[in-house]
Write a protein that binds this ligand. Structure first.
Ligand code: PEP
Length: 251
């Protein structure tokens, strides 16, 4: 049985006071939720102040990115240790916006994943095809390449600590959601790929979130699907009422 995992990716939104206010509202709204993992991922400057808000609650803190080196002359980058010292427990890696705008390759995602695991952060690895790739019938090939690339050299025991977020790029921020059936089919395919890398047992334990215009209206139908274990939510995580409803999905 995989425990549901709902994560909010705040992207480049919210000043420090705004982030603290949203976190406070959310903590109150989901205080009685016990059977699901809840993570919010604010921007770097907001991490430490939001950590103060969520400390001791059922809401955990994630970052949106990190670098794979420990320290040194890497202007503008942030290390795993820095995140941990700010109260972070999870980190999103390989988001499609990082791949698209900041040149992140499978190799970079793999290095970041290894570092996150070495340091004990809970990685959320994003995979997903673009619209042209889906229309060309290459969706599965692209997703398989992302999965195999990210997990290259990762042991089975480490793989179990990873969450995958399947985020079809054409559904992110567009209001177009993959149908629950289409999303579930890709999740099942990802599990097949994981099974061939590791084993059916390991593949059956790794959580796979859906991401791409998930919201308070479609979450119940998405979460009814057997291979969808949660959601990575962008836009709809920026308001406490919509994200708390997502957290409280009914399946
Ligand atoms: C995301 O960026 O991870 C995402 C899923 O965004 P949205 O929910 O806004 O489509």
């Amino acid at each position: 049985m995989r425990r549901p995992f709902l994560a909010g990716n705040w992207k480049m939104n919210k000043t420090v006071p705004e982030a603290v206010a949203l976190a406070k509202e959310l903590v109150q709204a989901v205080a009685n939720v016990a059977d699901r993992d809840i993570v919010i991922c604010p921007t770097f400057p907001c991490l430490a102040p939001v950590a103060e808000v969520v400390r001791g609650t059922n809401v955990k803190l994630g970052a949106q990115n990190m670098y794979f080196e420990d320290s040194g002359a890497y202007t503008g980058e942030i290390s795993a240790d820095m995140l941990i010292s700010a109260g972070v427990e999870f980190v999103i890696l390989g988001h499609s916006e990082r791949r698209e705008y900041f040149g992140e390759t499978n190799q970079i995602v793999n290095k970041k994943l290894k570092k996150a695991l070495e340091k004990g952060l809970g990685p959320i690895v994003c995979v997903g095809e673009k619209l042209v790739e889906r229309e060309a019938g290459k969706a599965e090939a692209v997703v398989e390449d992302h999965v195999r690339g990210a997990f290259e050299g990762i042991t089975a025991s480490d793989a179990l600590k990873v969450t995958i977020a399947y985020e079809p790029v054409w559904a992110i921020g567009t209001g177009k959601t993959a149908t629950p059936d289409d999303a579930n089919a890709m999740h099942a395919f990802i599990r097949t790929v994981l099974g061939s890398i590791y084993s059916a047992d390991v593949a059956g334990k790794i959580r796979i979130q859906y991401g791409g215009s998930a919201n308070d209206k479609n979450i119940d139908d998405l979460m009814k699907m057997p291979d969808i274990d949660g959601a990575l939510v962008g836009g709809a995580s920026l308001k406490a009422d919509s994200f708390s409803r997502i957290v409280k999905f009914v399946s």
